[in-house]
Write a protein that binds this ligand. Structure first.
Ligand code: ATP
Ligand code: MG
Ligand code: FE
Length: 342
């Protein structure tokens, strides 16, 4: 069965074809980052309009890559939520329009389920059950995952998401948008220990997070620089920030593994691309004897492949999960643990 995936929840338009027999056949992505950069963040209306412009050319691109005609698609999976309402509506209407035109069933997919299952697209795939750390631009959650649709929330952020903390701290240092990759690169040049930043909720004895205080601490440090902040100081602050957030993320993962007694840890979402975090987790995994799995770098941030894959996984469990019903609604807010098996 060939599933077309359509992702449009934020500022990336992603299309992909996943075959349950042969795996990922093709995927294409257009990132609107350059367009939103001058505003320092995503402008929802611009995002929606751009998804309209990009979706069909990307569809043609994946069909050409896979050397398949449109009617080779058996079902269409699209991101139904959570995300920006207007952006989601574009993807949903394109998916349902295609479904109607091709007489194929459609299926709304949860964006975070896409992120969560994306490590299963990699060559080295984890078996269920596992602990998942979902760290993206809008979410920071630890979950126990027993199978597709079997998600138990273990802990989450009480305020900012990890990606948001990266982006906001980067902005304070005058780095571009999105700031995650930029602050991570800059941190490589910083001297560790020059500055100490708090590790929020490190000893909270639960699996929750809080990152807004960390961002405020970065602001305080930046403001303390009386003269113009020099490049080395910026790098030192970046280093202090990355060290603090990585410490907290690693500690909470270890606590979640201990609490569940599981030996497999899966990282998902954009911050999962972070180099310092991967190094720290790999070192911890060796020392504490657990295994850690990551998505391919290109599938950490938003993409169509994870939506096609999540749709395909659900359809394998229940072929009736996709329907020839083309009236659609989107769910800008949609807690992941509301999902059921199928
Ligand atoms: P959500 O999935 O919660 O709706 P989102 O889709 O915007 O949010 P993702 O696309 O998964 O989030 O990830 C984007 C986030 O990942 C941004 O905050 C970005 O700064 C961060 N990010 C990407 N690469 C890195 C990196 N190398 N280091 C740190 N952060 C990174
Ligand atoms: Mg994005
Ligand atoms: Fe995302």
């Amino acid at each position: 069965m060939i599933v077309l995936g359509v992702e449009s929840s934020c500022d990336e338009t992603g299309l992909a074809l996943y075959d349950t027999q042969r795996g990922l056949l093709a995927h294409a992505l257009y990132s609107q980052v350059a367009m939103h950069e001058e505003y320092g963040g995503v402008v929802p209306e611009l995002a929606s309009r751009d998804h309209i412009r990009r979706a069909i050319p990307l569809l043609e691109q994946v069909l050409t890559q896979a050397a398949l005609p449109r009617n080779a698609v058996d079902a269409i999976a699209y991101t139904q939520g959570p995300g920006l309402a207007g952006a989601l509506l574009v993807g949903a209407s394109i998916a349902c329009g295609l479904g109607l035109a091709l007489d194929r069933p459609v299926l709304g997919v949860h964006h975070l389920e896409g992120h969560l299952l994306s490590p299963l697209l990699a060559g080295d795939r984890p078996d269920f059950p596992f602990v998942a750390l979902l760290i993206s631009g809008g979410h920071t959650q630890l979950m126990r995952v027993d199978g597709v649709g079997q998600y138990e929330l273990l802990g989450e952020t009480l305020d900012d998401a990890a990606g948001e903390a990266f982006d906001k701290s980067a902005k304070l240092l005058g780095l571009g948008y999105p700031g995650g990759p930029a602050i991570s690169r800059l941190a490589e040049f910083g001297d560790p220990g020059t500055y100490q930043l708090p590790r929020p909720m490190l000893h909270s004895k639960d699996l929750n997070f809080s990152f807004s205080g960390l961002k405020t601490a970065v602001l305080t440090l930046v403001k303390k620089q009386t003269v113009n902040i020099c490049e080395q100081d910026k790098a030192n602050i970046a280093r202090a920030f990355v060290d603090a957030i990585v410490d907290v993320l690693v500690a909470k993962c270890l606590a979640a593994l201990k609490q569940t007694g599981l030996k497999r840890l899966v990282i998902a979402g954009g911050v999962g691309a972070n180099r310092q975090l991967r190094e720290a987790l790999n070192a911890a995994a060796q020392k504490k004897r657990f295994r850690v799995y990551y998505p391919e770098l290109e599938f950490c941030t938003d993409n169509g492949a994870m939506i096609a894959f999540a749709g395909a996984m659900r359809l394998q469990i229940n072929p009736d999960a996709a329907k020839r019903e083309y009236a659609f609604n989107v769910r800008p807010r949609w807690p992941l643990d509301e999902l059921r098996v199928v």
